[in-house]
Design a protein around this ligand. Sequence first.
Ligand SMILES: [Fe+2]
Length: 229
Amino acid sequence: MKIVDFHTHILPGIDDGSRDRDMTVQMLKVTAEQGIDTVIATSHFYPDKMSFDHFIQERNRAMEQIADTAAACGVQVLAGAEVAFFTGISRAEGLKPLCVEGTRLLLLEMPFRSWHKGDLQELDGILQRGYRVMLAHPERFIPFQTDRGIFSAVLDMPVLVQVNAESLVHFSTRRTALKLMRREGAVLGSDCHNLTARPQNLLAGRRVLEKRLGAEYLRQMDLLAEKLL
Ligand SMILES: [Fe+2]
């Protein structure tokens, strides 16, 4: 079964992730060393900073730049995006190319503020259009919520969740991360940005999962990951 990292900033020179091609080469090597087969390249897409078309152009350029190295490392890189939530996203044109290559799976970064009913409606609108929404690291938004009811309501929607490996590794966030991972439709991502402060650490997260939730849990998660791609 394949091991998939659903959240990486491995593409060079697009966002606050990999600085350049050399760093990406190193990140790919570490990825291969951890036995990861597939990574989704989810560079940040901020609609106020870049047009859809420009983002796709830049992403394609970066994908071409690293194709040889990825192949040499034996790591499959699929294009995607970490799409920042914005008001009106449910009606926006151009979401399809931001989805994980070959799918209608959208990695969505919710706002770092308290969520409200309008956000729920936007989410529902995206789902109504036939997209599968994967919430990027929901655990990171909890400290911002003043209305935990809305947070729970979002998680009760038919969305997938991607938890950061880091949140499992750190003791302070482990309980919350494990609770989210027990939810149906949960997968793991490293959210790696570089080689030092935010490195590839999927394997460490997987080890916590295996220890706490068991090998069969991990197998089921990997099965889900394969099905999603
Ligand atoms: Fe990210």
